[in-house]
Design a protein around this ligand. Structure first.
Ligand SMILES: Cc1cc2nc3c(=O)[nH]c(=O)nc-3n(C[C@H](O)[C@H](O)[C@H](O)COP(=O)(O)OP(=O)(O)OC[C@H]3O[C@@H](n4cnc5c(N)ncnc54)[C@H](O)[C@@H]3O)c2cc1C
Ligand SMILES: NC(=O)c1ccc[n+]([C@@H]2O[C@H](COP(=O)([O-])OP(=O)(O)OC[C@H]3O[C@@H](n4cnc5c(N)ncnc54)[C@H](OP(=O)(O)O)[C@@H]3O)[C@@H](O)[C@H]2O)c1
Ligand SMILES: Cc1cc2nc3c(=O)[nH]c(=O)nc-3n(C[C@H](O)[C@H](O)[C@H](O)COP(=O)(O)O)c2cc1C
Length: 582
């Protein structure tokens, strides 16, 4: 249910009054049952605004809305891109829930409002009362930076912080719940109807997925097929995972999360390196298990976390590592850690010995990995397909393997259950209007969601044109899904396919070079109402593609830099420029 925008300081318009009384009368899907009537014109609106890339913040925002209702508030849940700056400035009761992306940056849907709020002539927010919940991951240097930035900016603009910001690590559910439980009563304090015990109709609450991070679905692997050639410099694989018996469904554009287990060889090598047998029984998550089981199933044993690094620096007394761990040396530390895992560090300083309990206390929980789904749920309702590059590299005289990509490649067979759950990505969707053109830029594994998009357009008999920019290292070995794409071209589903193989010639050729070559036509597709989607590497490719798109709009749209930036913002606002980058 979408609420109309309701400023706090204005009398309610007829539409707004209608919405509010409808809300209280239980005319909408989220109905309230209350023995006491609330004067709708006095109802306090709580604006719950989320910044998200993969849906976690949105789901917390929806949870907050349910609790807000039970405190007599009228929640209005919106993405940070669904509100104009002028509207934002007039809000009174606000909760901001945002994740952080890239290198301490805003998620895509928060960027525009953030830029507007960062201007020098923004008026004081002396009416606003707010609190911020920041979602992030402590393995990134700029932990929860986007949330920190929002909090600092609102405070600097004179808004009143009702509750201290809470910064959440990957296990965000519990701290988020606590923040909601504390923030909502503060937001409701003094409001008409606050303190009412309002029972929210449980049937009408936002539906929670049956399977999630804490309760994944145990699925069977149906297909594990090499996509790249045997002699390729990389290994990309196609997987098909059965959804039989799950009742699960998905949309093209969603991601599938896989909870891996660790490589038994790595577990054995680490156990030996710390001087343990593996049979030590340890309390882990309210049960006792052997060190081997804990290292296999519960803890991240590849990527070294900060606590482990500090303990190694401490025990080894190594001057270099101690210096690298100083706050000003973050970049040098990242260089030092590139290609180095926990076992490398244990082998580098062999005199360190840990008891099983000491070692486990230094590790972070093993996390799921997300994968963009490469099939359409309409074409394949019984299975879900992934396109995954296996991470394998040699460094420090050992072969290293990415935890999840090689778990899928090497460890899963027909007898194994793969633990999965979906994360929806509501903005990364095939346009509802089947006549509009779609431009897709997806080098490497970035092709995954676009295979799904093309299947979806085919199933829908969409008449709109489709244009794919794909690239990888070498055409002979890395042109994955070649036959499927050529078939789609022959069938008139894929109208244009532009390829950039970076290593087939001396000079690198990338997808953005192909975009530039066809800039005039690309701009024409945008002018026809076209959508522009990007998937794959966030750190280099997506930034360069963004720059190329800007140049194309400026050049072929005959626009100044400011006009081109406005055009890009318009595309983002209309959700016609959307990214799924990692
Ligand atoms: C929304 C989303 C969608 C995604 N979709 C896809 C997808 O469709 N397909 C896909 O393949 N991936 C996708 N990913 C990435 C995926 O989630 C994993 O990050 C990836 O599979 C690597 O995980 P891993 O467990 O195998 O490796 P990890 O165990 O996490 O190891 C990766 C780490 O190894 C190190 N490393 C990697 N390569 C090298 C090297 N050459 N030299 C030295 N060190 C190196 C780096 O420290 C790197 O961070 C997606 C990610 C997100 C967030
Ligand atoms: N943030 C992350 O952790 C992250 C991001 C992306 C991928 N990955 C992982 O890396 C592995 C391989 O990924 P992948 O197959 O998607 O891609 P990839 O192998 O990294 O690259 C695919 C193609 O993109 C090219 N490329 C490199 N820099 C580019 C740029 N600035 N602009 C445009 N194209 C550029 C590559 O060229 P050259 O290599 O010849 O330069 C190659 O041709 C996977 O495990 C994936 O999960 C991790
Ligand atoms: C590519 C990528 C970059 C990220 N960068 C950061 C970061 O710089 N700082 C941080 O604290 N978290 C970072 N995160 C973690 C996310 O903020 C975290 O997973 C969050 O729960 C995602 O929430 P969302 O689904 O609402 O976007 C990053 C995650 C990904 C996949």
């Amino acid at each position: 249910m979408k609420a109309p925008f309701i400023p706090n300081n204005a009398p309610f318009s007829d539409t707004q009054k209608a919405w509010i009384s409808g809300f209280f009368a239980g005319m909408h899907s989220h109905m309230l049952k209350s023995s006491q009537a609330v004067d709708s014109s006095q109802a306090r609106i709580l604006h719950i605004l989320y910044g998200t890339q993969t849906g976690n913040s949105e789901s917390v925002a929806n949870d907050a809305a349910e609790i807000a209702k039970s405190h007599g508030l009228v929640p209005s849940v919106k993405g940070l891109d669904e509100i104009e700056i002028a509207q934002f400035l007039s809000l009174e009761y606000v909760l901001i829930i945002t994740s952080t992306y890239g290198d301490g940056e805003m998620p895509d849907n928060a960027e525009m409002l953030w830029d507007a709020l960062s201007g020098s002539d923004v008026p004081a927010l002396d009416k606003m009362k707010y609190s911020v919940l920041a979602l992030g991951d402590t393995s990134y240097d700029k932990f929860c930076q986007a949330g920190i930035d929002w909090d600092n900016r609102l405070l600097a603009l004179g808004a009143q912080r009702l509750l201290e910001r809470v910064d959440c690590d990957i296990d965000y559910e519990e701290p988020a719940e606590t923040w909601i439980a504390e923030a909502i009563p503060l937001m409701a304090d003094g409001a008409e109807g606050a303190g009412l015990v309002v029972n929210v109709d449980s049937q009408a609450q936002v539906e929670k997925p049956a399977y999630h991070r804490k309760n994944p679905f145990p699925a069977k692997m149906l297909v594990n097929r090499l996509l790249t050639a045997e002699n390729s410099s990389k290994e990309t694989r196609h997987y098909e995972i059965s959804l039989e018996g799950s009742g699960l469904s998905y949309e093209a554009g969603d991601a599938l999360c896989v909870i891996p287990t660790n490589d038994p060889e790595l577990v054995a090598d680490i156990t030996k390196a710390i001087g343990c047998s593996g049979e030590e029984l340890e309390p882990v998550n309210d049960q006792h298990m052997t060190l081997t089981q804990a290292l296999t199933e519960v803890f991240e044993i590849k990527l070294p976390g900060k606590e482990f690094l500090h303990e190694v620096a401490n025990r080894s007394g190594d001057a270099e590592l101690n210096e690298l761990l100083e706050a000003q040396n973050k970049e040098k530390l990242a260089d030092y850690l590139w290609g180095r895992d926990i076992l490398d560090l244990l082998l580098q300083f062999p005199k360190m010995e840990f008891s099983a309990a000491e070692f486990l206390a230094l590790l972070k929980p093993l996390q799921h990995r997300a994968y963009s789904i490469s099939s359409s749920g309409k074409k394949y309702p019984e299975s879900v397909h992934l396109t995954v590059a296996s991470v394998r590299y040699d460094s420090f005289n050992r072969q290293h393997k990415g935890v999840c990509s090689t778990y899928l490649a090497d460890l899963v067979d027909e007898t194994t259950d793969v633990r999965i759950f979906f994360t929806p990505n509501k903005s990364f969707r095939v346009p509802e209007d089947n006549t509009l053109p779609v431009i897709m830029v997806g080098p490497g594994t970035g092709i995954a969601p676009f295979r799904a998009f093309l299947q979806e357009r085919q199933i829908r008999n969409a008449t709109g044109k489709n244009w794919l920019f794909f690239g990888d290292r070498n055409e002979a070995t890395d042109f994955i899904y070649r036959e499927e794409l050529e078939d789609m071209k022959n069938q008139g589903i894929l109208h244009k396919l532009d390829l950039a193989f970076s290593r087939d010639q001396e000079e690198k050729i990338y997808v953005q070079d192909r975009m530039q070559e066809h800039g005039e036509e690309l701009f024409a597709w945008l002018e026809e109402g076209g959508y522009f989607f990007v998937c794959g590497d966030a750190y280099r490719m997506a930034k360069d593609v963004d720059r190329a798109l800007f140049d194309i709009i400026a050049k072929y749209g005959n626009k100044s830099a400011i006009e081109a930036a406005d055009y890009m913002n318009m595309l983002k606002k209309e959700k016609r420029y959307v990214r799924d980058v990692y």
